[in-house]
Design a protein around this ligand. Sequence first.
Ligand SMILES: Nc1ncnc2c1ncn2[C@@H]1O[C@H](COP(=O)(O)OP(=O)(O)OP(=O)(O)O)[C@@H](O)[C@H]1O
Ligand SMILES: [Mg+2]
Length: 237
Amino acid sequence: MDLSKTDMLILRQVLFAYPSNLQQPVLNNATFFFPAGEITFVVGKSGSGKSTLGNLLMKYYEPLRGDILIDGHSIQTLDADWLRQNVTLVQQQSVLFNETVYQNIAFGKQDHVAMEDVLSASETGDLGQTLIDLPKGLDTLVGSNGKSLSGGQQQRIAIARARLRDAPIVILDEATSALDQTSKHKIMEEIRKSSLRKNTEPLHLFCQFRSKQTPQRLRDRDDSRNQRLLLPPLRMT
Ligand SMILES: Nc1ncnc2c1ncn2[C@@H]1O[C@H](COP(=O)(O)OP(=O)(O)OP(=O)(O)O)[C@@H](O)[C@H]1O
Ligand SMILES: [Mg+2]
């Protein structure tokens, strides 16, 4: 399948409950469209099922009913390797390895990684000041699971890693929650620029925001036309 021809990622009438709580659907007849080449925000209350969407798109779980389609292909027919290469999920706490910052960013890229690509990805993660602050810059060891770094520094590395992977579908699930507003804004701008640079190649991207950020405020803050807000939330709790 050639994702450069993809025009839509679709959840169609998805019913889903976690196996441990089958009586309580998290998604009930949920239909979502994520148009290619656009950044889509998913907004909903805490517990409304936003992270669950990421879990389903990574195929950690399967819908009980309904379907998830990428370029018209049901996700059920796509194998795990294909998904790993084409869909990147960045969560609030991403896994970091007890290696250098450089290796943590380069991690996941199969082929040789050029220094300039790591630096460019670092820019997307707004890592400039962090690299100045760390004793050995990119060669600083991050400690087991990144424990020698702040939560925000860990998130910046995870975003840089996602940028370097350059998957067509990127899911940011509260991936910038530990960052200050200026950094968040800068990172979103970088992501937006890089998705626009792709030009003919589509990029699906969705981010989630906590319920306290109401749709209205999101619209006010960000009026870029390559964004689209999908409402309503999946399930009111
Ligand atoms: N692994 C799991 N097993 C069972 N139930 C789960 C699991 N993960 C989430 N849930 C339940 O599914 C519902 C949706 O959770 P989810 O994490 O998708 O919400 P969310 O919208 O991401 O919330 P938040 O804004 O707090 O991150 C919640 O009721 C939650 O308790
Ligand atoms: Mg969540």
